[in-house]
Every structure is written in C-alpha cells, then in structure tokens.
Design a protein around this ligand. Structure first.
Ligand SMILES: NCc1[nH]cc(CCC(=O)O)c1CC(=O)O
Length: 305
C-alpha cells in the first residue's frame, strides 16, 4: 500500500518528512504491514514571499495549509516541526506521534567566531524575538537584524551582510549543515522555543486503526512528555511561537524538569522559573510554571497590560 505524506516544500521540511516516511515504513514492516509513502508537497503563498510577515511560519499559515490538505484527503499523514504548530487542538486532526527529538538547542553560526569574541556591535540575524531578547541580555552591544527566509538563505548572509545568524541545531543537522555551527548556546544562556527540535506526525482523527497504530510506533514517550510540558506553558502564557518565551524540559531518571523564561524585547528584564515532577504530570508542571511566571509579572514583560 502506498500512502501520501504531506509536507511543506522547503528543503528542511522535505528532508525531515522523507526521514519520517522511511522510519514509518520500517516500523510498519516489523508489524507485518507493507506501507510505502510518497511525499505530497503543499505550497502556500508564504512559500514564495520572503519579506512579508506571511513568510514567517510563526503565523501558523504553513501548518494550517498542510492540515487542510490532510483533511481534504490529499494526503494521509503529515509532518511538521512541532514548534511551528500553534498550541491547542485542531478539529479533525490527531497528533499521532512525536518521534525522538533532535538536539533542541540554538546555535550561533558566525563563520567560526565564538559568541564572546564577536566584535562590539556585531550584526546578528534572527527573526525570533525569543532569540533576539536572550542574545541582548548576554550582549547588549549586539545589533539584532531581522531576517527571514529558509536556513540556507540565512546562512548565506554570514560574512556578507551579517556577522552571524542564530538557528536551531536540529534544523542545521537535518539539512546537513552541522559544520556551520560555531557555538551551541547552553540551555540556561538561551532557553529554546517550546517543541524545538521535535517533529509532529499527524493523521485524520477518523483514520483507520491500522494507520494510527503504525504511526504510534514512532512516538517517543519522553519527547511527548517534554514537549507537552513546554507547550502547555506556552499556552497558559498565551504566547505564540513569536513571543520572547523559551521553554525547555529535560528528562532524567523519570523526572521532568521544566524551565520557562520570559524576556522583554530589549533583553533588560527577564523571569525564569523551574519546576520538576514525574512525566505523568507534564501538563500540570507546564501549567504551574506558567502561572507562577504570570504571578511575577510575565504578561507585562511580553508587552501586555
Ligand atoms: N521557525 C522556523 C523553523 N521551524 C523549525 C525549524 C527547525 C528547528 C526545529 O526542528 O525545531 C526552524 C528553523 C530554525 O528555528 O532555525
């Protein structure tokens, strides 16, 4: 049987979707199921617009287009970067698997210069308020330059119009650009975005039990718990993926430790909160952490009354 796997058309999206398609076929075979996948590329207006807000995946337009293709029956399974998916349910769509996640940290790509050694006032490209704010906390002298476009486009700016860019380690690895990483930010220096480095495999809620069971074989319970806590915190903070909010859950010996950080845009004020507990409490840990941040004034830092 050949199924269609829906994805965006960027090199990153196609690469990670191909990897998931192969992994799905392999796990299905171990259960005696013969499933092959062909990629179904979903294009959106955003894919051709580099300079407008529509070009930002933070608005969720790409995720919505891919999900609508799934609901329309143009494909049977879809793959997204989890961090691009708005928090909350989507009618008719089920998150069938969160596979083992890649490194979730952020990386400096500077042509080899360490973050501390960047020249005074260096120009750093990022479209992420979270990365911009945390970078300015560490180095208020830096000039943050808003950039858009895919990973390769951004890397091409290093050494020409920019001194460096900040990108997710996971995306660079998936694109075979790990050698462009000059320094990886420690988790406490730059708290990653909720869900960064993780993928989401979705199916229609009314899909057959066989497909649901096959996809579920790819689910990694540790990744599921960590990203559940991170995304719950983001949801309670009412922050989208474009807010200056970092959320990172680490799991060690069955204990989940969630750290959430809210920074103001200038990087001059920040609140960081950490809570831990069993994996089964992932959602509650996310909620509790976000509520205590709100109690400490997080909404004000995010520019809300
Ligand atoms: N916002 C764009 C985006 N969405 C997912 C990734 C790759 C990182 C991931 O796998 O979470 C990227 C690029 C980046 O942040 O560097």
């Amino acid at each position: 049987m050949t199924l269609k796997l829906g994805t965006r058309g960027s090199a990153l999206a196609r690469g990670q979707s191909t990897a998931i398609a192969e992994a799905l076929s392999a796990v299905a075979r171990t259960k005696g199921l013969d499933i092959d996948f062909e990629l179904h590329i979903v294009t959106t207006s955003g894919d051709t617009s580099k300079d407008s807000l529509v070009g930002s995946s933070s608005t969720g337009v790409f995720v919505t287009a891919v999900r609508e293709a799934l609901l329309a029956g143009e494909c049977d399974v879809v793959v997204h970067s989890l961090k691009d998916i708005p928090v909350g349910p989507y009618e008719g769509v089920t998150l069938a698997a969160t596979p083992l996640r890649e490194d979730s940290r952020d990386a400096l790509c500077s042509g080899g210069v360490a973050f501390a050694d960047l020249p005074q006032g260096a120009r750093i490209g990022t479209g992420s308020p979270r990365r911009a704010a945390q970078m300015l906390t560490l180095r208020p002298d830096l000039e943050v330059v808003p950039v858009r476009g895919n990973v390769d486009t951004r890397l091409a700016m290093v050494g020409t119009s920019l001194d460096a860019v900040v990108l997710a380690v996971s995306g660079l690895k998936r694109l075979g650009r790990a050698s462009d990483v000059s320094e990886i930010f420690a988790y406490d220096a730059m708290v990653p975005a909720a869900g960064q480095g993780a993928l989401a495999v979705e199916i229609r809620t009314d899909a057959g039990a066989d497909l649901a069971a096959a996809v579920a074989l790819l689910d990694d319970p540790t990744t599921r718990a960590a990203t559940t806590a991170e995304r719950e915190a983001l949801g309670v903070l009412e922050a989208g993926c474009s807010a200056p909010v970092g959320a990172h859950a680490a799991i060690d010996k069955g204990i989940l430790t969630l750290t959430v950080r809210v920074t103001n845009a200038a990087g001059t004020l920040r609140l960081t909160e950490t809570n831990r507990g069993p994996l089964s409490d992932a959602r509650r840990i996310g909620m509790v952490t976000a509520h205590s941040l709100l109690g400490r004034g997080a909404a004000h830092l995010m520019g809300r009354p």
